[in-house]
Design a protein. Structure first.
Length: 254
């Protein structure tokens, strides 16, 4: 699929760049990205990927907009309270860019969703913007098994963390290497501990950039781990450790 006249105008700032250009824009246009969770992280991720022209964006979230969301979830308006997040998000994203396909999945993420639009048409990347550990582990396991790039982030208080895996090319190191697979500890999350809105904006923007790096072929750091401390204005970038006994990516007995 080649770019039309409207695309040349809309994406002109990408087309001006030597390392994106028409070929890079077509890679974005052909991509199918699943965003799981449309809260404080999912909102900026969806906005930036839609604006960038990612050709298909699937939105997965069972929740409805609540007044307590509006402090940080930048896709929603006061009058959206009580409406499904995925429906409001689809309308806003289509108003931003009607040239892309947006599918909505108003339910909890499950294996059927992660398997992709059809069994032969897997997602190009999955963006984990959830706030629950069971969903994160399921997303990690399925992306690992299907060789789908995974970009996962979390934020609480003033701090955010992002970890990204290119399972297309690498098989060692995964989300379960850093968070015990069987852990039943409730994760610290925004609803229990509070969060500063723009920290989610920073981390969601970082997730969008990481998706673009994956889609354009610039991502080399499998297991890249980034921490942001908004209160002190500090960044830390490191490499996710490999757990040799990881139940997902560790060696099998057979
Ligand atoms: Zn692992």
């Amino acid at each position: 699929m080649s770019l039309n006249d409207d695309d040349f105008m809309r994406y002109s700032r990408h087309l001006l760049m030597d390392d994106i250009g028409e070929a890079g824009q077509e890679k974005l246009t052909q991509a199918k990205v699943l965003i799981v969770g449309l809260g404080g992280l999912g909102c900026p991720v969806a906005l930036y990927l839609a604006a960038a022209g990612v050709g298909q964006i699937d939105l997965c979230d069972p929740d409805r907009v609540d007044k307590t969301n509006l402090q940080r979830q930048i896709l929603y308006r006061t009058e959206d309270c009580g409406e499904l997040k995925v429906g409001c998000a689809r309308d806003r994203l289509h108003a931003l860019n009607s040239g892309i396909t947006i599918n909505v999945l108003a339910r909890e993420v499950d294996v059927d969703i992660l398997n992709g639009p059809t069994l032969t048409e897997a997602y190009t990347a999955v963006v984990d913007c959830t706030d629950n550990l069971a969903a994160r582990q399921l997303i990690n396991k399925t992306c690992y098994e299907h060789g789908i790039p995974l970009i996962s982030a979390a934020a609480v208080g003033w701090e955010g963390q992002l970890v990204a895996f290119d399972f297309r090319r690498y098989r060692q190191s995964c989300f379960s290497c850093i968070i015990d697979y069987k852990s039943t500890e409730p994760m610290m999350n925004c609803s229990n501990f509070g969060v500063v809105g723009p920290v989610l904006g920073v981390m969601g923007s970082l997730q969008s950039i990481t998706v673009m790096r994956m889609l354009l072929g610039f991502f080399e750091q499998h297991g890249e781990l980034q921490r942001y401390d908004g209160k002190r204005g500090q960044w830390l970038t490191m490499q996710c450790a490999i757990d040799a006994s990881c139940p997902i990516c560790g060696p099998t007995d057979s």
